[in-house]
Each structure stands twice: as structure tokens, then as C-alpha cells.
Design a protein around this ligand. Structure first.
Ligand SMILES: NC(=O)c1ccc[n+]([C@@H]2O[C@H](COP(=O)([O-])OP(=O)(O)OC[C@H]3O[C@@H](n4cnc5c(N)ncnc54)[C@H](O)[C@@H]3O)[C@@H](O)[C@H]2O)c1
Length: 304
């Protein structure tokens, strides 16, 4: 397996734009594609804002920053985005039929020896591999949000993935400054998402059954585990409540257990269009969510 040098990222939403930016920051040429042309424009605007913040905070030199955007091609044509790619990372919504369709398209348009990876949060690549004619060259490559603040990626194969592909992806992860975690055995939710799933599911069950408020659950978490990082409900807002709902539906479809179905506390918000940070409201209201205010944990002023 030759080295991965040229990337294509398919889907320029929350994750695709971050993965593409991380690759470009580390010097990899990347073509970013989305079905919606407006999303590509929005993604570029967002990425430029992010890079400006890094430069302003001193995290990145102006010199390096100036070269990042030479590496990213915002490509509205899928065939062009894939033409020279060694690796295509799919980051489209968490729906198995859609991902299978995208895998089939990628298989038709990519060079024969290119790797197809999915950034899916919960779908095993073995559920997608037979949509392609290259089952030995597909993998799960699961990044975490925000990609540069949670610099780990889970790397795992399907039923036919050859070890060389996983080695190439592991080397690639290191080359873009992200810690690879090898998933030795296929597992829905991979490594950390299995742990995170237990946390988010239980947090929603506690709130949904009226045992405690969303805010108090998050307060308890922050007091125990740290005040700087978003607690469970705030983290779900960052991920996107529609994405969380889709992941929960996937787990429920797999287990067949109605207890695994998403609870009203989540589905009602999604139905109202309250999707978290990206829509301005989710479990909290943005841009100034209550959980991030100093008084949130103040014993005298904290309210439910
Ligand atoms: N949001 C997270 O924190 C997170 C973290 C890790 C993994 N993931 C996974 O990454 C994937 C994407 O999630 P997201 O949060 O970026 O979703 P998103 O909804 O923000 O973005 C998805 C993008 O895909 C585009 N799209 C839809 N159909 C397409 C197609 N056929 N071809 C090309 N583009 C298409 C949409 O226009 C949209 O811009 C999902 O599988 C999700 O489970 C998400």
C-alpha cells in the first residue's frame, strides 16, 4: 500500500470541514466536496475564521496560516474531488442507506488503489463494504470533535480489510498530528463512543424521567470532572442533536431494544429544529450558553 498523500473529504458539514482543515494545516492537499454548494462556501468562511483565531491566539504563525488555503480545493464536482485521491473520507449524515450510496459512488470514481474511509460515529464499515468492489480497502476512521482539541481517531477494518490499509491509515493519522487508536475487533461505537454513549444515554434518561434538571446533571459532571470542557448536555449540543438522534436510532436498530430508542427530551427538540450550537438552541441557548457562565456553578446563584 502506497503512502497517503492526497485527500478527498466528502461532506463539508460539522466534521468534514474540520477534518479537511486539520489535513491542510499539516500540509496535505485536500479536496472538499459537499452536495450543497452553499455548504462549501460556508465551510470556507468557517475555516478562515478558525485559522484567524489560531493566528490571533499565537497557536499558529501567520506564515503557516497563509499556506493552509493553498492546500484546500473547495470542489463542487465529485468526480474532480476524487480523481487523484489516495484516501476519501466520507462525512455525510449518519444514515446507512445514504452512506452505502456514497460508498458506491466513491468506489466508481476513485483510483483503483485508493482507500475509502467512513467517519461514521456508529456504523461498522462491514455494513457498508459490500456497496463497493474494494472491500479490502475500506475502513472506519472515526475522528472526534473538535478535531484539534480531541486529537484522536479510531482506526478499524471491516470483514475483508487488509492490514496494509489499517497501517496506512494509522501512519496517516500520525502525519496529521492525531493519535490513532486501533479498533482490534469490529464494535458499534468503536472505543470511546461506547463509553460516551453510556454517559449521554443515562444523562438523558435521568432528565427525561424527571429525576433532575439538565442543568443539575451538567453541574454535577463539571464539579466531578472539570469545569473547562462542556458537560454531557453541552457536548451533545456541540455534536448536533440530529446527529445524536441518528446515532441512537442506529444503536436501537441494531439491538432491537425499545429502551435504546431516543427519548422525548431529544426527539422533541430535533422536531422543533433545536439542533444545538449549529441552530442557536438545543439543550442550551447560544451563543452564550448558561453552562459556560461563571455563575453556573456558584452555590449562591445557580438556578435549575
Ligand atoms: N458531529 C460530530 O460531533 C461527529 C463526530 C464524529 C463523527 N461524526 C459523524 O460524521 C458524519 C457527519 O456528521 P456531521 O456532524 O458533520 O453532519 P452534518 O449534518 O453537519 O454534515 C453532513 C454534510 O453532508 C452533506 N451531504 C449530505 N449528503 C451528501 C452526499 N450524498 N454527498 C456529499 N455530501 C452530502 C450535507 O450537505 C452536510 O453538509 C456522521 O456520520 C456523524 O455520525 C460526527
Amino acid at each position: 500500500m502506497s503512502e497517503i498523500k492526497q485527500l478527498a473529504v466528502i461532506g463539508a458539514g460539522t466534521m468534514g470541514r474540520q477534518i479537511a482543515l486539520q489535513c491542510a494545516r499539516q500540509g496535505f492537499p485536500v479536496a472538499l466536496f459537499d452536495l450543497a454548494a452553499s455548504v462549501l462556501t460556508e465551510a470556507e468562511h468557517w475555516q478562515r475564521g478558525m485559522v484567524d483565531e489560531w493566528v490571533a491566539s499565537g497557536a499558529l504563525s501567520a506564515d503557516v496560516a497563509s499556506r493552509i488555503f493553498d492546500k484546500i480545493c473547495y470542489q463542487p464536482k465529485l468526480a474532480e474531488a476524487l480523481r487523484d485521491a489516495d484516501l476519501a473520507i466520507e462525512a455525510v449524515p449518519e444514515r446507512i442507506a445514504l452512506k452505502r450510496e456514497v460508498f458506491a459512488q466513491l468506489d466508481r470514481l476513485l483510483p483503483a488503489d485508493a482507500i475509502i474511509a467512513t467517519n461514521s460515529s456508529s456504523i461498522r464499515v462491514s455494513a457498508l463494504e459490500d456497496a463497493t468492489e474494494r472491500r479490502e480497502r475500506v475502513a472506519n476512521l472515526h475522528f472526534y470533535l473538535p478535531v484539534w482539541d480531541s486529537p484522536m481517531v479510531e482506526v478499524g477494518g471491516g470483514s475483508c480489510t487488509v492490514p496494509e490499509v489499517l497501517d496506512a491509515l494509522t501512519a496517516f493519522a500520525r502525519a496529521i498530528g492525531i493519535l490513532p487508536l486501533r479498533v482490534e475487533k469490529e464494535s458499534t461505537g468503536f472505543v470511546f463512543n461506547r463509553v460516551w454513549r453510556a454517559v449521554k444515554k443515562e444523562a438523558m434518561r435521568v432528565a427525561d424521567s424527571g429525576v433532575a434538571s439538565i442543568e443539575d446533571i451538567d453541574r454535577a459532571w463539571m464539579i466531578k470532572f472539570g469545569r473547562e470542557k462542556p458537560p454531557p448536555f453541552a457536548q451533545m449540543d456541540r455534536i448536533g442533536l440530529d446527529v445524536i438522534r441518528d446515532i441512537e436510532l442506529r444503536y436501537a436498530a441494531e439491538s432491537g431494544d425499545p429502551e435504546d430508542l431516543p427519548k422525548p427530551i431529544l426527539t422533541e427538540r430535533v422536531e422543533r429544529g433545536e439542533l444545538g450550537v449549529k441552530s442557536g438552541r438545543g439543550f442550551y441557548a447560544y451563543p452564550d450558553p448558561a453552562w459556560a457562565r461563571p455563575e453556573f456553578l456558584d452555590p449562591d446563584s445557580a438556578e435549575g
